[in-house]
Design a protein around this ligand. Structure first.
Ligand SMILES: [Cu+2]
Length: 502
């Protein structure tokens, strides 16, 4: 079945609403300096704000994209809180009602699916250690077109300060909504921001997105025929991929020689493992997935999967032009070419700003020793041939595609566990779990040093990753999944439930 892509997005909105043309095009600055994203900060322990999900037209490089957005902008506004705060949102879904008719046929055939079409959404705070229940960080909620929903999330007083992000998580619609730009930064301010060398540094939140635009200037739908032709990596034939930073193609970051800046990378893309390097400069890596290290780690490149964040300090060298590059990389289906994603212009009078020696690693996260592990679980990502008469391969965890009603893993509150995560395919699959971060201990049999906490980790093709985690503070049901969003939407996701210990 060929899907009519104009149907789902244009119904109820379309050309009439945007007939005024250029006047409605947003994000078209005269220069291309890196954009400061609108920031909404908590006041007296509360961030209380409205978020509207709506169709909007944005300028992406020299192209135009008509897509689902938060507040009309790509990315959405930055939400800024502190440990102990409450995040209270009213989310109104102003997308047109698509009556569920344009659902992907491959998902309609999925067991237990009731996803209500591509314009149903919800809200997930990626990486936050908060409750998954009720109206908190609950990825099972459904926000249908034309409805308004409250979200209220209490952030623990000992929550790590760092870089997190938000995006929709309604099963079956995640890839298409995030691919159109629905993502935003969620910053927890705290101890790391008070380190003098960091407090003095200019900060840039750099939200990396993979915006695809089809020949109608819209977000493409997955084309199941691509699978039939054996091109599992070319799921969106005919569309153009724009790698953007804060919604801009190759923006410019200005620095002075010797200046130190703090960059918060957020990989808010869809499916690309992203190695980053800056010409003639090292990164001083200070945090991964919002969790600060004990000391900076100087490296010539960092690699982030969709879902990952990396905070780095950059100390500018001599005056000149340098490029921030996504390096060439093969994540299992052939090399993707190197690409420039931003330009750094170093000019002006020199500074000599210092770098910090020590950092405030969160005291609430203590590494898990061998003798503490109580339970070992296995998680296997697999992609199997389609069934008779089907075109789409079976994207599964432990042999099963996602069923929201099935509990795949039941875990007592307070448990300390080791999970052995395997990719049974030549592709890399980034493993992500909600609510609790994990310590990565081993990749393909090699111990990971220095030890780190993350919430998303790349599992190499035909590889094995071991992680350890404590299921602390929150009972309830939530998700673990591959963070390649197309894989996730096709069923590479499972449920865990944390229960009060007997
Ligand atoms: Cu995957």
């Amino acid at each position: 079945m060929k899907i009519n892509r104009r149907q789902f997005i244009k119904r109820g909105a379309g050309a009439a609403a945007f007939g005024a043309g250029a006047a409605f095009i947003q994000g078209c600055p005269k220069n291309n300096f890196i954009r400061k994203i609108e920031t909404r900060s908590s006041v007296n322990g509360l961030l209380d704000t409205d978020l509207t999900v709506r169709l909007a037209q944005n300028r992406i490089g020299t192209d135009t994209l008509f897509s689902r957005t938060y507040e009309g902008s790509i990315p959405g506004p930055t939400l800024e809180v502190q440990p102990g705060d409450t995040l209270r949102l009213r989310i109104t879904n102003e997308l047109p009602d698509d009556h569920g008719k344009s659902a992907m046929s491959l998902l309609e055939s999925g067991k237990g699916m009731d996803h209500g079409g591509f314009n149903t959404t919800n809200f997930h705070t990626h990486g936050l250690h908060v409750s998954p229940k009720g109206i908190a960080d609950n990825p099972y909620r459904m926000f249908a077109p034309g409805t308004t929903h409250d979200v209220e999330i209490d952030i623990p007083a000992d929550h790590p300060a760092g870089t997190f992000w938000y995006h929709p998580h309604h099963h079956g619609t995640v890839a298409v909504q995030v691919m159109g730009g629905m993502a935003g930064a969620l910053i927890v301010r705290g101890d790391i921001d008070e380190v003098p060398e960091i407090a003095d540094a200019t900060e840039h939140i750099l939200i990396l997105q993979e915006l695809r635009i089809d020949t109608n200037d819209e977000t493409p739908l997955l084309d199941e025929h691509a699978f039939h032709e054996g091109q599992t990596h070319a799921m969106f034939p005919g569309s153009v991929l724009h790698r953007t930073v804060n919604g801009q193609v190759n923006p410019t970051i200005s620095m002075r020689p010797g200046e130190v800046q703090r960059w918060r990378f957020i990989q808010a893309g869809v499916d690309q493992i992203t190695p980053l390097a800056l010409d003639d400069h090292n990164f001083h890596h200070i945090a991964m997935d919002g969790i600060t290290f004990k000391k900076p780690d100087e490296v010539d490149s960092i690699i982030i999967a969709p879902g990952n964040r990396a905070d780095v300090l950059v100390k500018a060298g001599a005056a000149g032009t340098y490029y921030l590059r996504k390096l060439a990389y093969d994540q299992g289906f052939g090399e993707i070419e190197e690409e420039i994603i931003a330009t750094v212009e170093v000019s002006g009078s020199a500074l000599n700003m210092p770098l910090p020696n020590n950092l405030p690693a969160p005291s609430s996260l203590v590494f898990i020793e061998d003798d503490e592990v109580e339970t070992v679980r296995q998680v296997t990502f697999s992609v199997d041939s389609p069934g008779p008469g089907e075109m789409i391969p079976v994207f599964a965890i432990n042999g099963q595609i996602f069923d929201p009603d099935r509990i795949d893993e039941e875990i007592p509150l307070g448990a300390v566990e080791e999970w052995i995560i395997t990719s049974a395919t030549s592709d890399e699959h980034p493993f992500h779990i909600h609510v609790n971060p994990f310590q990565v201990t081993e990749i393909n049999g090699n111990p990971v040093k220095p030890k780190r906490w993350q919430d998303t980790v790349i599992v190499p093709g035909f590889g094995i990753v071991r992680v350890r985690m404590r299921f602390l503070d929150f009972v309830g049901k939530s998700l673990f999944h591959c963070h390649i969003l197309t894989h996730e939407d096709l069923g590479m996701m499972a449920n865990f439930r944390v229960v009060n210990a007997p």
